[in-house]
Design a protein around this ligand. Structure first.
Ligand SMILES: [Zn+2]
Length: 198
């Protein structure tokens, strides 16, 4: 039986995604053993983030500066905006280093079931960015779910009045994926998006 303070730490850690009570206790033990190198460093990193965390007023990314490091980067192509549902999607795409433009975080997706309406998302802010000019492509990078696709169609309609190219992520076979492991939705998408063999 550990002290109440250690138990409090363990239960705080257990609330993190991907960490259950067991791994949380293991993490606490590791921190106790690595007081100087691990614990002190973690406390400092948490404090810095807690003090400086802000939401970017342009794209909705979470960073320690506003505008965020992506919006403020002059090497980024401001003519292309990639629209994502959540910050996690932005980070995933940015980690892959495949997109050199800027981003826009919607803050969710339209959902009749969860009562998420267009005004609950940052759609007006996106339209204002496009309306301000200097944008020639909007990439709709929604998830390949029914709600994600509904959101993409809605956005495409709202963006229709602007002279911008609207593109969408292709959905299809994952790299290394074998056909008989795929669900029917993925297979159907891949078949619909088929292209001539070069
Ligand atoms: Zn930003």
């Amino acid at each position: 039986m550990a002290s109440p303070e250690i138990e409090t730490l363990a239960s705080a850690l257990a609330r993190l995604p991907g960490l259950g009570p067991r791994s949380a206790r293991r993490a606490v033990l590791w921190l106790v053993k690595h007081r100087q190198t691990g614990l002190a460093q973690l406390v400092e990193a948490l404090q810095v983030v807690e003090r400086r965390l802000v939401e970017c007023s342009i794209c909705g990314n979470v960073d320690t500066t506003d505008p965020c490091s992506i919006c403020a980067d002059p090497r980024r192509d401001a003519k292309a905006i990639c629209v994502v549902e959540d910050v996690a999607d932005l980070w995933a795409l940015d980690r892959a280093k495949l997109f050199s433009g800027t981003f826009h975080v919607l803050g969710g997706r339209l959902s009749a079931l969860d009562g998420v309406r267009p005004e609950d998302l940052t759609i007006d802010r996106l339209l204002a960015r496009v309306e301000a000019g200097g944008v020639d492509e909007v990439v709709l990078a929604m998830n390949a779910t029914l709600e994600g696709q509904t959101t993409a169609h809605y956005l495409a309609e709202r963006l229709d009045r602007f002279p911008v190219r609207i593109t969408q992520l292709a959905h299809g076979l994952p790299v290394g994926g074998e056909l008989d492991y795929l669900d029917e939705g993925t297979l159907a998408q891949a078949l619909r998006a088929r292209r001539p063999l070069a």
